[in-house]
Design a protein around this ligand. Structure first.
Ligand SMILES: [Zn+2]
Length: 147
């Protein structure tokens, strides 16, 4: 039985939206200690509609981290911020047709990177947000919290 689905392999070998974004509206960087993944996500936001018009990411990490960040960018591109914030790591894993159980933590990173990028955008634009965005679930290098 193959350990990784075709979709995971595809996104790992041909990641979408890779790169650095100049003049990004929000940048989120998260990491996990378990396999040393570091993920940076850039978003471009249309100020009038609050729609994420472009997404880029740079991930230094394992194949699962790369595949999940790639899929996450696909899932939030062109979506309103409010919708992007609903993105759960579970949805990313489902979109990839699953991940091995011991690699699920890598997908948590993708969800957190999106939230961190939105938080950065909100901070830069003086938009207030609720505690749910301040709290970090799962693995957070900033506060050392580990789920
Ligand atoms: Zn990983």
């Amino acid at each position: 039985m193959a350990l990784y689905s075709d979709k995971v392999m595809d996104h790992f070998q041909h990641p979408r939206n890779v790169g650095k974004m100049e003049n990004a509206d929000g940048i989120g960087e998260v990491g996990n200690a378990k396999c040393g993944d570091i993920m940076r996500m850039y978003i471009k936001v249309d100020k009038d509609t609050q729609v994420i018009t472009d997404v880029k990411f740079n991930t230094f990490g394992c194949g699962s981290a790369i595949a999940t960040s790639s899929m996450a960018t696909e899932l939030i591109k062109g979506k309103p911020i409010t919708e992007a914030l609903q993105l759960s790591n579970k949805a990313v894993v489902e979109a990839l047709d699953g991940l091995p159980a011991h690699k699920i933590h890598c997908s948590v990173l993708a969800e957190e990177a999106v939230r961190a990028a939105v938080r950065d955008y909100y901070d830069k634009n003086g938009i207030s947000y609720g505690d749910e965005l301040k709290a970090c679930e799962g693995h957070c290098e900033t506060c050392g919290h580990d789920a």
